[in-house]
Design a protein around this ligand. Structure first.
Ligand SMILES: C[S@@+](CC[C@H](N)C(=O)[O-])C[C@H]1O[C@@H](n2cnc3c(N)ncnc32)[C@H](O)[C@@H]1O
Length: 233
């Protein structure tokens, strides 16, 4: 599959959706929840605020944010693929007090109003966009002045580092075989391909500044395996 091809990416995540949460938990030993909580904590969402979760998938971050912005706040979760959104809607139906609207759309061209959000998050989405710079520009457009955003994804350590060697081992020897066991080998082999074209932390900071962000700081999590880009408009 060609990384960044919107139709192929949508098809991939529609196929993965029924197994996505289970595989995520197994492959990260549940740690992805901790990284997502760290992302939310870093951004200090407040009761009454309006937040967006772009590339929301099955809705982990949107639901976490909706808990945090109560009372009075609201969240929009947006994703290109319908199957993960259906999982997200089912999850929310068990917590109907959480104010989340789910939208199918493109994170590079959401059609949402400019300067309408206090905060925006994107987890494991930027790497999948045809044009990550366009994704960052759209986040900037959506934020009100002073608004903040966080982008969580795999980090791209230097190719010859121990962190990169571990990442290759993890993706090839653990992720792909576990996915293959549930019939999703090709879908998860795509992960390493998508990382090859993903900007590293310093390049993400440069792209974010070019998009207009006042502050752009990339930090590494779990010994350089994951990266968190923190932004302020
Ligand atoms: C790896 S999943 C991450 C889901 C969720 N944020 C999480 O962390 O569990 C990537 C998601 O990005 C979505 N996606 C990819 N390209 C997109 C685009 N251009 N616009 C909106 N969503 C997109 C996919 O459909 C998929 O659900």
């Amino acid at each position: 599959m060609k990384p960044g091809d919107p139709a192929a990416v949508e098809q991939l995540f529609d196929a993965v959706a029924p197994r996505y949460d289970q595989l995520n938990d197994r492959l990260s030993l549940g740690l992805h929840r901790q990284w997502k909580r760290q992302l939310v904590r870093s951004l200090h969402p407040q009761p009454g605020e309006t937040w967006l979760d772009l590339c929301c998938g099955t809705g982990d971050l949107a639901l976490e944010l909706a808990r945090t912005v109560r009372p009075g706040g609201s969240v929009v979760g947006l994703d290109a693929a319908s199957a993960p959104l259906n999982v997200a809607r089912r999850r929310q139906s068990k917590q109907p007090w959480l104010a989340v609207d789910w939208l199918q759309g493109d994170s590079m061209r959401t059609g949402l109003a400019s300067a309408s959000a206090d905060g925006v998050v994107m987890a494991y989405g930027l790497r999948n966009l045809a044009d990550p710079a366009a994704g960052l520009e759209e986040i900037h457009r959506l934020l009100r002045p002073g608004g903040r955003a966080g982008v969580l994804d795999f980090n791209r350590p230097p190719v010859d580092s121990a962190a990169a060697a571990f990442q290759r081992f993890y993706l090839r020897r653990l992720v792909v075989p576990a996915a293959a066991a549930v019939g999703l080998r090709e879908e998860y082999a795509y992960l390493e391909q998508s990382l090859k074209r993903f900007p590293d932390g310093a390049a993400q900071e440069r792209l974010a500044r070019a998009a207009g962000f006042q502050t752009a700081r990339h930090c590494q999590l779990v010994a350089g395996q994951m990266g968190l880009l923190l932004l302020q408009r």
